[in-house]
Design a protein around this ligand. Sequence first.
Ligand SMILES: NC(=O)c1ccc[n+]([C@@H]2O[C@H](COP(=O)([O-])OP(=O)(O)OC[C@H]3O[C@@H](n4cnc5c(N)ncnc54)[C@H](OP(=O)(O)O)[C@@H]3O)[C@@H](O)[C@H]2O)c1
Length: 504
Amino acid sequence: MARTILITGATSGIGLALAHRLGDERLVLVGRRSIDELDDAVLSTNGFSTDNYCQCDLAEPSAGETIAAWCESQGIDAIDVLINNAGVGWTGPFWEQPVASIRELVAVNLAAPISVTQRLLPLLRRAGGEVVFVSSVVSTVAFPDMGVYVATKKALDGFVRSLRAEEPDGDVSFRVVHPGATNTAMPGKVGVPATTYERWPSASSVADGIVESLDSRSRNRAIGLPNKALRAAGVVAPGTVSLFARRRGPSTPPLAEPNHPPRALVTGAADGIGRALTLKYAAEGYEVVGIDHDQARAADVVDIAPGGRVSMRHVDLATSDVAWVRDEDPFDVVVHNAGISAVGAFESVDAKEHERVIAVNFLAPLLLTRELMASAKVTAGGRIVLMSSLSHFTGYPGAAVYAATKDGLEMYGRTLQSSLHPAVRVTTVFPGPTRTAHARRYSPDNSNERRRMAPEDLAELIFDSNRARLVPGPSGKVSAVVGRVAPRGGEALMRRLVFAKMDE
Ligand SMILES: NC(=O)c1ccc[n+]([C@@H]2O[C@H](COP(=O)([O-])OP(=O)(O)OC[C@H]3O[C@@H](n4cnc5c(N)ncnc54)[C@H](OP(=O)(O)O)[C@@H]3O)[C@@H](O)[C@H]2O)c1
């Protein structure tokens, strides 16, 4: 019997080749353009019709709703395979990427697969189906000219890892495929010359690889032998592989002269780790600008800061407002600390909460970094700190979208490092449980709160560290090693210690 297979981004490239290859199945083809805008050749050879074509702009937060409503209108109540294929790219120096493009990449490559999957899970469960996420082999390689793109793909990898860990033997299976450079419309759209990408593997060969992966046991599959090798190298030795990807050209972002006294910018400065960092930098003689939306707590930090060296800006990072950066003097240190979570089984969390997690934890640092660099607001010899999470190593069932954003930040940190080294130091921090309101709010069990690291100790470590990657504390280091060496064991442990307790 024909399976019901839904493919996003079915109007071009790999998605179109998948539609062609899977033509004997019952297809639901999702595309951005109206059916009237599609090429006649596309329509005639690939079975597009008003009965199986769902027009949906995946950059819209309502994408999941739109597709689910369309399926309902067509009487589709079960889906065997969902292929989250649609994607957009951009290449160039990261500080030149237009804001609209950053938003589009985060929306289409990350937020849409999350919302579409969440909304369609009941239909997938009915069929005992599977979900395929089309990532990219570059999700393990820190190409500096593709910073936001590789970060979205890495975030997708992290999301699926944690989602899968919620129910490893559940009704629905989740798989990530990693194509490499493919001859589709995408490279042309991002400025790769045709003479280069015409030599790359065809979309149909990549579609064949994806179809072969369906029903297989592999959870992550690179498509094609060279990509398998590149991905394996990227997973085992990401730092070494990324060295090859480093920018060689002369292009560097405009940097400002160092300040005397130095200036620091800390997001999420009113509480927890951000508060401790703000006070630490102030105590060390920095003038600190804190960003927070909690005015009362922010005022408290200003009051107790030594030497009156802290000022606060009231900004809600979820609104992606970065215009205020232009009114600021340059910063010697920028700490992207603000973060929120949304915990519980993936399906049970409100989609709006997921959107907010993506906006605050991931989109905001991307937009802020771009704005700071584009307007020369970071000093030569300065430092950027990104607050990822120990979940990067262990996975985080029960907070899959949070884990996605933290993996995305990890990769973004690598690409910043590749772009900016040695002019600006980049440190990515992977804190484990820390004694803050954040951990208390999201943890299902606070009985051992005293064992968590004090935010002041973490702030000291971050201030003093010269490392590109900092895993604080002995237990964090052990967890990171376990997560790397025995990922499934680490995920099982997180499931037992964290996820299982969320229902209690
Ligand atoms: N090509 C490569 O080298 C390569 C390598 C690794 C991974 N990938 C990944 O493979 C997937 C497919 O890429 P491709 O190479 O086939 O690219 P493509 O030829 O540009 O096709 C992308 C598809 O996504 C659709 N899309 C883009 N924005 C959308 C939106 N807002 N709403 C709905 N649909 C939207 C496009 O619609 P329109 O036709 O209307 O634009 C098109 O159907 C992507 O996830 C990409 O990241 C590609």
